[in-house]
Design a protein around this ligand. Structure first.
Ligand code: MLT
Length: 410
């Protein structure tokens, strides 16, 4: 019989969001009349901006004609998109990242998992706690951890607690770690990292020859001008960081699929014998071997995000979700709930009332308010006693959710 990858057997229960869906489906089956409002998974609800739709329609027409048809594209992404990203997200902001350091993909979830392919299995890995579960689960799958303990934490990973007590900003590890996952604006807490905080991480990484995996999928939601959008705004970061960005949350691409990962040419790692090697060619090799590129039509849509009209429309979309976040935040505060996040991020992170366990609060909210959120403990042990609400929804649903929330916990 074929052997399986037993690391998968170490994984706790289901992946968080399918587990929530399972519970909600169970509830809906026994309460078919309940109009459940879902503020659980951070999935966008508003349609694609018109400039993007127009570009995609034009691309479909190109595909319909022999003269302008496209077969396989470059695995790394078409030059028109890589150039637009380099110019708009980096060079135009004074950051020296070139198009050949940008790798277009179908999602940051995939990239943050796949990146482990090019790193050895004996690295010490640090994650924020609470954490986007993909970082942890993909390390478990890759065999980088031991089993999970009673608190759900896997042996071998370094967990960096982020709680109200430290303003959701983890302390720099005392020991040397090789790979560090940082997500800012943070999923799930909605916290942001100041320039000083990011600089202290870059200084640590340079001093310890570590690499930071910087997930900036929510950078478009930054409203505070002093907060960096990219880790490369910090001097030296091109020598110690890989950045993940996505069109999912700003341009509404969760169902359309387009993202990119920046692997700077200056970034290096070591072989077991201590030889220094550049990382970028390894990712290029991995990407070209295991990935065949994002569709031409989708990349044309993503490129339109950088047109004048596209930028304006995306700005509107982001402001719409941020207004939802404000309504949720203020509505919950009125109900006496302690709320964090939701200012520079589309997530509201709240303390469960009466110190309820996160999953108990999930059940209460579902039963009494027909509302779905995400239990903080699903993101890690330090998320226990917290709860996440997503601002990605229609205005009507958000307003209704605030009312129901106030009634349910009143
Ligand atoms: C979330 O709800 O945390 C996000 O939807 C996850 C993701 O973007 O994959």
């Amino acid at each position: 019989m074929a052997r399986i990858n037993e690391n998968y057997l170490k994984l706790k229960a289901g992946y968080l969001f399918p587990e929530i869906a399972r519970r909600v489906n169970g509830f809906v089956e026994s309460n078919p009349d309940a109009a459940v409002i879902k503020l659980g998974i951070g999935d966008v609800t508003e349609p694609l901006p018109p400039a993007i739709v127009e570009a995609m329609h034009a691309a479909v027409d190109e595909m319909a004609s022999r003269d302008s048809f496209h077969g396989y594209g470059p695995e790394q992404g078409y030059a028109f998109l890589r150039d637009a990203i380099a110019e708009n997200d980096y060079k135009g902001r004074g950051i020296n990242i070139g198009a050949d350091e940008i790798f277009v993909s179908d999602g940051s979830k995939c990239d943050t998992g796949n990146i482990l392919d090019i790193f050895g299995s004996d690295n010490t890995v640090a994650v924020q706690d609470p954490v986007y579960p993909v970082y942890v689960d993909t390390n478990v799958m890759a065999g980088h951890t031991g089993p999970a303990g009673d608190d759900g934490r896997y042996e071998g990973l370094v967990y960096m607690p982020c709680t109200a007590e430290n303003d959701f900003t983890p302390a720099i590890p005392e020991q040397k770690v090789d790979l560090i996952y940082l997500c800012y604006p943070n999923n799930p807490t909605g916290a942001v990292a100041s320039r000083e905080t990011l600089k202290s991480w870059v200084d640590y990484a340079l001093a310890n020859e570590s690499i930071i995996f910087f997930d900036a999928a929510y950078e478009a939601f930054i409203t505070d001008e002093s907060i960096p959008h990219s880790i490369y705004e910090i001097e030296g970061a091109e020598k110690c960081a890989i950045e993940f960005r996505s069109f999912s949350k700003n341009a509404g691409f969760t169902g359309t699929r387009c993202a990119f990962t920046v692997v700077p040419k200056a970034l290096e790692g070591k072989t077991a014998s201590g030889e220094t090697k550049p990382i970028q060619p390894l990712w290029n090799r991995r990407h070209s071997t295991k990935f065949n590129g994002v569709s031409y039509i989708v990349q044309k849509g993503a490129a339109a995000a950088y047109s004048a009209a596209g930028r304006e429309q995306i700005g509107e979309l982001v402001r719409f979700y941020l207004e939802n976040a404000r309504l949720l935040r203020e509505g919950l505060e009125k109900a006496g709930i302690t709320v964090y996040g939701g200012v520079n991020a589309p997530y509201i992170w709240l303390k469960t009332p009466g110190g309820l366990k996160s999953w108990d609060f999930f059940d209460t909210l579902l039963q009494k308010g027909h509302l779905v959120g995400t239990p903080g403990s699903g993101f890690g042990a330090a998320g226990e006693g917290y709860f996440r609400l997503s601002a990605f929804n229609s205005r009507a649903n958000v307003e209704e959710a605030v009312e129901r929330f106030q009634k349910a916990i009143g």
